[in-house]
Ligand binder design. Structure first.
Ligand code: COA
Ligand code: ZN
Length: 316
């Protein structure tokens, strides 16, 4: 099936603006505003929200209030609240905060893992296996996000086989329920995305697969469409298009939630997301972070947000 014919097919958009988005900001957004934003995003129909990170508060001070954020968000059926977890210490905090899902993180590239998590991939993997066991004991879902799955800003290309080998270890040895292939610094391109997505879908059809793109080189939406063509139906996206890993050189924002929803709905896909409400939330986000956001839809409006015609006098 072509990605250009939606035919009402459901595509799941997962909001990461409160985590990937805010981790890239210098300004600390007050906890109450983070909570209100999460509640609005749930009102808008986003069924999975990564609300914060249980990483070291020294590494990412702007997300140091993760526990308070989780305590404040209204829980509602059908909305999964997820959090990024890098190690056992983070997992213990995530259990105490009552997260619905732990999003484990490590990189497919050794250099980025050392830079981001200050340990080797082997050390990360060993720790994350313990994290998954802890999560299971508490009935918490486990997803793993593999950073730099489409390229590393320090090493260059990351071989597809290397990514598949890490996926295999997480699926077979750790029993994760979901895998997210992350394009941490916007190095992915559509034909590459298609090949990796097809390979993962074919080998692990029962795994919940998410694609996580950054628009660093303008290929974000093209990559989303290529992944849909290859059978993917879940995507991370960030309100306003903010975001980026503070420990990856050259990182910039995620694919923008309202741009992805706008495009996919026009093409006949069903995202279940209220675009008007999302746009109001993106306007509010600009105030919270104190600068314009990359979103083209915030700047230009929706395709059919029309402008007044020139008056007869002005034409004459
Ligand atoms: N939550 C809270 N505190 C944590 C923690 C966690 N998940 N992990 C470690 N710490 C604390 C330790 O208790 C210790 O505290 P102390 O200095 O008061 O004794 C301190 O942090 C150092 O611990 P250590 O195990 O030596 O960790 P580190 O300094 O090597 O950092 C990570 C390792 C993984 C915790 C850190 O690099 C990290 O959080 N990275 C995440 C970066 C990130 O979020 N990137 C963007 C998302 S992809
Ligand atoms: Zn990211």
């Amino acid at each position: 099936m072509s990605a250009f014919i939606g035919s009402g097919r459901r595509i799941h958009i997962q909001e990461v603006g409160l985590r990937d988005g805010l981790q890239a900001e210098c300004r600390f957004v007050p906890t109450a505003d983070k909570i209100a934003l999460a509640d609005t995003l749930a009102d808008a129909g986003l069924a999975k929200i990564e609300a914060s990170s249980f990483v070291s508060p020294k590494a990412v001070p702007v997300l140091a209030d993760a526990a308070e954020v989780f305590a404040g968000i209204a829980r509602r059926p059908g909305v999964v609240l997820s959090a990024l977890v890098p190690n056992l210490r983070g997992a213990e905090r995530a259990v105490a905060a009552g997260v619905d899902e732990m999003n484990l993180v490590m990189s497919a590239s050794e250099s980025h893992n050392l830079s981001n998590l200050r340990m080797t991939r082997a050390a990360s993997f060993a720790g994350l296996a313990d994290v998954a066991a802890l999560a299971r004991r508490h009935g918490i879902r486990v997803n793993v996000s593999l950073s730099c799955s489409f390229g590393c800003p320090m090493e260059g290309d990351v071989a597809q086989q290397q990514v598949l080998d890490w996926c295999a270890r997480f699926v077979d040895d750790v029993n994760v329920q979901g895998i997210t292939l992350c394009d941490t610094t916007g190095m992915a391109y559509p034909t590459q995305v298609r090949a990796l997505t097809e390979a993962v879908r074919a080998r692990w059809p029962g795994i919940e697969l998410t694609l996580h793109f950054h628009n660093t080189r303008g290929m974000g939406l093209a990559n989303v469409l290529a992944a849909i063509d290859a059978g993917a139906e879940r995507f991370d996206a960030s309100l306003g298009g903010i975001g980026g890993c503070p420990y990856a050189p050259g990182a910039t924002g995620n694919v923008c939630t309202e741009e992805v929803v706008h495009a996919l709905e026009l093409m006949g896909y069903d995202t279940g997301v209220d675009l008007a409400l999302l746009l109001r939330a993106a306007m509010r986000l600009q105030e919270l972070v104190g600068h314009d956001v990359p979103s083209q839809i915030v700047k230009a409006g929706r395709r059919l947000d029309l402008h007044p015609r020139p008056s007869a006098q002005a034409v004459a």
